[in-house]
Design a protein. Structure first.
Lengths: 239, 239
DNA sequence: CTTAAGCTTACATTTACCTTAAACTTTAAA
DNA sequence: TTTAAAGTTTAAGGTAAATGTAAGCTTAAG
């Protein structure tokens, strides 16, 4: 994710009117992935299936209440949750925040306030300002040193610079090193969710990457293929 | 920093009464490093010198206003800032959030709300959500360790990699370990709902799997066959 | 003993992946 | 603006590992 506007948002509210309104406000602001549910059951399904990156949750719902729904979500995930409620009582407000809500807005609210609070919550969650200049990792594969800050591979024969795609792919592989990463997952890391042309493109990039990180690209030691499942980066030694 | 309570907090407010009160609330909660300033000038000095990791800022200050002070802080740092104000007007609220405040509380407030909002803001800033990818299980069968993330079986004689079919089958068996899994169910796990050729194909794959996970494939200890019903994985020890 | 269910092995086939080169696109330099 | 260079995608032919098939064998139950 490069931007908070890439976040998939789930709106849970029983009033169709309000769902449409909130959805419209969000879309106008630039959020493209907005989905909505009318009750707890539907919300649970969408949550499991769509894996939203932010939730806007009404307190009053036909088949349960927002608080217990939040507790369920919190048990399995840490996505930012923004409460929306007509009740302006301190008690509810505190209940919401205490249970782990990220913010709380009372109806009626200004569109601008919703946007501002949502942006604040999302950027805090996904682009933590303070720790933002976190360095990318540097690691070794045998004799080779790979620096993901500068995007370079230093071998005993010379130094290569990684291209954009190679960089994304190796980054993803490193994140999950030791584990199998599906081709699909790698494609999403390098090209985003947009469909893309040929299966084979990935293979060509993998080949290129191997040319840079493998002593013998044709019989890989580090970037292994797991037939039918994906690829796997092994032999990583962190620095 | 291991904990939000390690955060150094700066309170900026002109009323000594309120400074003491907020400070007391924070200390009681467990924050140990709390400092305070009465006006902009003092606040600037402390900010530069002490480098606080969180700021609680009043809007009304004798020698300026909280908003412009925040703008100064934001120019050089990205610490979480929590606004505190008597004015309960929408305008101010939006102004604060728009400039990059992390939250906004109106006086009078409940101690508990201050704490909750502060904790929310600090933990978001310093302990951001790491998008947790759920891991697949790792478990043992006697001496052998099976890792479904990397798709490997480590025995005392060596290490095998599971193929795609083996992976699906073992996954399904593990899901229901201790219980009988019908052949039909296993087939659906590995081949989907599409009909497929021969009964015997499954047996062949079971045999291959046994070759990898059983010390003696011909007299299985873990992957047992239950005549007329299916197969059963026993002796699983979770890791 | 007979039968049915499952096991085993070798061999055939398929499919997922590899490789290379050429075409296209973007970026940087002249 | 043109040219060159680097990066990326497409395409086609090749290969071996994974999978499927078949036939004979073993075991358990009645």
């Amino acid at each position: 994710m490069n931007d908070i506007f890439d976040c998939k948002l789930l709106i849970v509210d029983d009033e169709p009117e309000l769902r449409r309104m909130v959805s419209e406000i969000l879309r106008r602001e630039g959020f493209t992935k907005v989905i909505s549910a009318a009750d707890c059951q539907e919300a649970r399904q969408l949550f499991d299936h769509e894996k939203p990156e932010g939730v806007i949750l009404d307190v009053c719902l036909p088949d349960g209440d927002g608080f217990s729904l939040m507790r369920e979500f919190r048990a399995i995930s840490a996505v930012p949750i923004l409460f929306l409620s007509a009740r302006d009582e301190d008690e509810n407000r505190l209940l919401g925040l205490g249970l782990g809500a990220d913010d709380y807005i009372t109806k009626p609210f200004l569109p601008r306030e919703l946007i501002l609070r949502l942006r604040a919550v999302l950027s805090r969650a996904y682009f933590p300002v303070v720790l933002q200049k976190k360095k990318k990792p540097v690691f070794c594969l045998g004799e080779n040193e790979i620096n993901l800050n500068s995007g370079t591979v230093t071998t005993n024969t010379g130094r290569y610079t990684l291209t954009a795609k190679e960089f994304s792919l190796l980054g993803k592989l490193y994140e999950n090193h030791g584990n199998i990463v599906t081709g699909d997952s790698l494609c999403r890391a390098a090209w985003g969710d947009d469909l893309y042309g040929y299966e084979n493109t990935l293979m060509v990039h993998i080949r290129r990457l191997r040319e840079k990180i493998e002593p013998e690209p044709s019989s890989p030691r580090y970037l292994l293929t797991v037939r039918g499942l994906g690829y796997k980066l092994t032999g990583v030694e962190d620095k």
